[in-house]
Write a protein that binds this ligand. Structure first.
Ligand code: FMN
Ligand code: ATP
Length: 190
């Protein structure tokens, strides 16, 4: 797996997924595995565009579920061929939608895979509909927990805050969570 800074990766074809992906929870896993499956079927590299820190951490200072190193390790396990890590800061967040689109075009994505409600670009003006003007965008069904609620990093942060580690573990995907704890790198702050 190769790691890149924004604006440096040029490919003649790819399958792309963009997202903060904090925790690589079960919803993220479902999305990433689907995109990987498509990349393999199409015979093109699978590219993940992520951010460090996740935008929500930058804006709200909420709890980070996973360091960028852990995230990269998980993305490697999932089979990403390339990962772009966007340093999410004042300059990056001001990037306008057309500039970000132009950067994505350099990777010639045959398909972009996202979950529902994906937004991007300055003031979150970029929507799935905007992205569809330039690319083929596929949207996966949201993965929900047994109660029917959508699995999200926000939900997991809330569960950890409440001390509900069992449910947090379920939503993160047990095997991943266990390995974070075993590695001593996933610190639960009570
Ligand atoms: C170039 C760029 C600029 C962004 N600017 C903003 C911004 O001004 N305000 C904001 O709340 N989020 C901004 N974001 C973050 C997005 O809202 C969103 O968190 C990001 O695209 C990842 O999607 P996800 O949160 O669904 O994982 C920006 C994202 C990108 C790629
Ligand atoms: N439960 C889910 N099922 C399918 N796709 C998901 C799910 N949760 C997130 N995604 C998708 O993963 C990508 C990255 O999303 P993101 O990292 O913002 O996840 P999130 O869990 O919603 O995070 P947060 O709660 O911090 O906003 C987006 O395309 C998003 O739609």
């Amino acid at each position: 797996m190769e790691i890149h800074i924004p604006g440096t990766l040029k490919l003649s074809a790819s399958v792309l997924t963009i997202g903060a992906l904090d925790g690589i929870h079960r919803g993220h896993q479902a999305l990433l595995l689907k995109a990987k499956e498509r990349a393999e079927k199409l015979g093109v590299p699978f590219v993940v565009y992520t951010f460090d820190p996740p935008p929500k951490i930058f804006f709200t200072g909420c709890r980070l579920l996973m360091s960028v190193e852990e995230k990269l390790q998980r993305l490697k396990m999932i089979g990403a061929d390339h990962v772009i890590v966007g340093p999410f800061n004042e300059a990056f967040m001001k990037q306008e939608v057309p500039d970000f689109i132009a950067e994505l075009q350099e990777m010639n994505p045959v398909e972009i895979w996202e979950g529902p409600n994906f937004l991007f670009g300055k003031n979150r003006k970029g929507t799935i509909e905007v992205l569809r003007r330039y690319f083929t965008v596929e949207v996966v069904e949201p993965l929900t927990c047994e109660h029917g609620d959508m699995i999200s990093s926000t939900r997991i942060r809330q569960l950890l805050k409440e001390g509900n580690y069992t449910q947090a573990q379920r939503l993160l995907g047990e095997e991943y969570f266990t390995s974070f704890v075993a590695a001593g790198s996933f610190t639960l702050k009570v």
